[in-house]
Design a binder for this molecule. Structure first.
Ligand code: 5GP
Length: 190
């Protein structure tokens, strides 16, 4: 491979983008690796530091912003910072792989603007806000308040969909997985 590419999956949380990203990472022939974001939020029970996220204290996160270590970063929810470390992208490219991102819409569009040619930006749309609510409740990782916060944000995020290269509507998971696979396969062959 001459040069690695960037593949962004952005969506409101609960739309199924993480499932899609995990599926793609298992397809070895695509030669993808996951950009492990940094975050200041607390780990969920099943999450592993250095695998799901680099979990940093709020103070450490802010220090790294000052040191210009992030390609993009954002305060996604109050005091919950998330960001892509430049070192992550460099690590993956140095290993001869393409970088896959599971990040929010603002971060996703930032990456597309920084590397317009090299980035495939995909928006994963949930069938409806009602369905999203159901999925978030089923997940049972968040309090009612936090679920409502995510739903409120989802409506705003849905409006950014047309700015992405492609939209996948996640009505039927298998169809969404196939669509994502084909999009990525085409893009990395270009
Ligand atoms: P969660 O707390 O559910 O893991 O993530 C909350 C939101 O932050 C999700 O939309 C997730 O995609 C987004 N996110 C995760 N990593 C990053 C990142 O590095 N940058 C940005 N801008 N958003 C991120």
């Amino acid at each position: 491979m001459i040069e690695g590419k960037l593949i962004v999956f952005s969506a409101p949380s609960g739309s199924g983008k993480t499932t899609i990203v995990r599926h793609l990472l298992k397809q070895k022939e695509l030669n993808l690796d996951f950009s492990i974001s940094a975050t200041s939020r607390a780990p969920r029970e099943e999450e592993i530091d250095g695998k799901d996220y680099h979990f940093l204290s709020l103070e450490e996160f802010k220090k790294r912003i000052k040191e210009d270590q992030f390609l993009e970063w954002e305060e996604v929810y109050r005091d919950n910072f998330y960001g892509t470390l430049k070192s992550e992208v460099e690590r993956i490219w140095a290993n001869g792989k393409h970088v896959v991102f599971d990040i929010d819409v603002v971060g996703g569009l930032d990456i597309k603007h920084i590397y317009p040619e090299k980035t495939l930006a995909v928006f994963v749309e949930p069938p409806s806000i009602e369905e999203l609510k159901k999925r978030l409740k089923k997940r049972q990782t968040e309090t009612e308040d936090r679920i409502n916060m995510r739903i409120a944000k989802a409506s705003i995020e849905m409006a950014t969909a047309p700015q992405f290269d492609f939209i996948i509507v996640n009505n039927d998971l298998q169809t969404a997985l196939d669509e994502a696979y084909n999009l990525v396969k085409d893009f990395i062959q270009k």
